[in-house]
Design a protein around this ligand. Structure first.
Ligand code: ADP
Ligand code: ADP
Ligand code: MG
Length: 461
């Protein structure tokens, strides 16, 4: 049944992105919001809006009953979860279906098989997709798990099965640390994610983060090629590109085939991303997790493939079969995304909410700014610091870098400190320009070249 009205159960820039996609499909939009978000941009753009509770996310954006009730009261036929919050919560998907509405995403059972990181590892093994050496399932028995680790060798990572956004991961370098830190990690995971489940992976040093976008309709699965997200801080992506410039084409084909095989093995429906670590010395890749939702960095894929991923996921949820065959999907040129956060890059990335006194958005061909900002907007202090994403496209990586440099120079938010200067420094860095990076590159770079020094040099000319 095609969707005719949609409640957006998220906030910030992704809510704006979804309202626009729905509007273009002739779908009536209802924006859900907490009491702290009544004046957010998506509320202004949507046809209608509804409060789902107090500012604290646990009482609003994470409140399944309140969201389903608001959707019912507004008479919508579908709910889009965006990313973060309840986007990978199988119970949320089930509750929406039970209330007779459509969840814009995979089925609850798809999410249980792939959204849980341990289940996804097992699904990958079963589908013949290489995973990182580590524990087979959750750690139930600490002694048994330690025996596995003593065999694969330190350092290892202990990861929360329900973790996300770079949280719930810690490095362990010795048996002594293992015994001390694993119970502590379980308690932390329980407190942070409501699920104390842990598993173990060998630490893959100097890896690149390469991920494959897929679209499935429950029967067929296609891939929309890959993105590289190796520039990270605290395991959170900061800068993303498509395609992965340094990837050989035979590896690219194997990665994409692996992602499709995994998604097909569970009859995947919706948009999803299979994430991998890639070692460019050994040319080995390892599956790490599947994100069963739209991702923050989806626009770089949109710019190189011309596919509107949010539109496709809404159409799939409405029951349409995939509109694209694999042969219809091709990559052209190069796209780069910079995450612009309300954080002070000169002061250990301290969060910096405030009121937007002025806003200069860069423009010109191949420049896109997906944002929640507008002049006069007071950024609430309760949520993630992402303000927007500056995305550029050009016909080659070098040209895209030049375009990004110019766009960043134009970009300005008055009244709020942002991470834009970090990106301006990165786009001018020789290693970044050469694509010579890995997942620890940015943290090492920040230690080596404190941004304050970069600023001083620039002022000095
Ligand atoms: P992407 O892979 O799409 O870039 P991220 O890992 O950066 O996604 O997460 C997207 C957003 O969702 C971020 O705001 C992040 O903080 C949040 N997020 C993801 N997973 C979780 C989780 N399990 N719990 C809380 N927040 C999460
Ligand atoms: P999240 O759900 O928080 O996104 P991921 O499992 O996707 O967690 O890992 C996030 C990041 O942590 C990866 O992009 C990578 O930089 C790092 N990481 C994860 N697993 C490993 C590993 N086994 N070895 C080295 N780094 C890893
Ligand atoms: Mg991840």
């Amino acid at each position: 049944m095609p969707i005719t009205s949609l409640l957006i159960a998220n906030r910030g820039e992704i809510a704006v992105r979804i309202v626009r996609a729905a509007r273009e499909l002739g779908i009536r939009t209802v924006q859900a919001h907490s009491d702290a978000d009544a004046d957010m941009l998506a509320v202004r753009l949507a046809d209608d809006a509804v409060s789902i509770g107090p500012p604290h996310a646990a009482k609003s954006y994470l409140n399944i009953d309140a969201i389903v009730e608001a959707a019912r009261a507004k008479g919508v036929d579908a709910i889009h979860p965006g990313y973060g919050f309840l986007a990978e919560n199988a119970d949320f998907a089930d509750a929406i279906e039970a209330a007779g509405m459509i969840f814009v995403g995979p089925s609850g059972s798809n999410i249980r098989l792939l959204g849980d990181k341990v289940a996804a590892r097992q699904a990958a093994d079963a589908a013949g997709v290489p995973t990182v050496p580590g524990s087979e399932g959750r750690i139930d028995d600490v002694a048994a798990a330690r025996a596995v680790v003593d065999e694969i060798g330190y350092p290892v990572l202990v990861k929360a099965a329900a973790g996300g956004g770079g949280r719930g991961i810690r490095v362990i370098t010795s048996a002594e640390e293992f015994d001390r830190l694993v119970p502590q990690a379980a308690a932390e995971a329980q407190a942070a994610f409501g699920d104390g489940g842990l598993y173990i992976e060998k630490l893959i040093a100097r890896a690149r983060h390469v991920e494959v976008q897929v679209l499935g309709d429950g029967t067929d699965v296609v891939h929309c090629y890959e993105r590289e997200c190796s520039l990270q801080r605290r395991r959170q992506k900061v800068w993303e590109e498509a395609p992965a410039a340094m990837l050989d084409d035979d590896i690219r084909q194997s990665l994409c085939a692996a992602a499709v095989a995994l998604a097909k093995s569970v009859g995947y429906r919706g948009a999803g991303t299979a994430e991998f670590l890639y070692d460019d010395e050994t040319r080995d890749f390892y599956f790490i997790e599947m994100n069963t939702r739209i991702q923050v960095e989806h626009p770089v894929t949109e710019l190189v493939t011309g596919i509107d991923l949010v539109r496709e996921m809404i159409l799939i949820a409405g029951g349409e079969p995939l509109r694209l065959a694999q042969d219809d999907i091709a990559v052209s040129g190069h796209a780069i995304e910079c995450r612009i956060n309300a954080e002070d890059p000169y002061n250990d990335f301290m969060p910096f909410p405030g009121t937007v006194a002025g806003l200069t958005v860069p423009g010109g061909p191949g420049v896109r700014f997906d944002t929640m900002l507008y002049p006069g907007y007071a950024i609430p202090p309760f949520y993630d610091s992402l303000l927007g994403k500056l995305i550029v496209w050009d016909d080659s990586r070098d040209a895209a870098l030049a375009r990004l440099d110019g766009a960043l120079a134009e970009f300005d938010v008055e009244g709020v400190t942002t991470t834009a200067p970090l990106h301006q420094a990165l786009v001018r860095d020789d290693d970044v320009r050469a694509g010579a990076f890995h997942t620890k590159f940015l943290e090492q770079w920040l230690e080596r070249e404190p941004l304050g020094e970069v600023k001083k040099r620039e002022v000095a000319g």
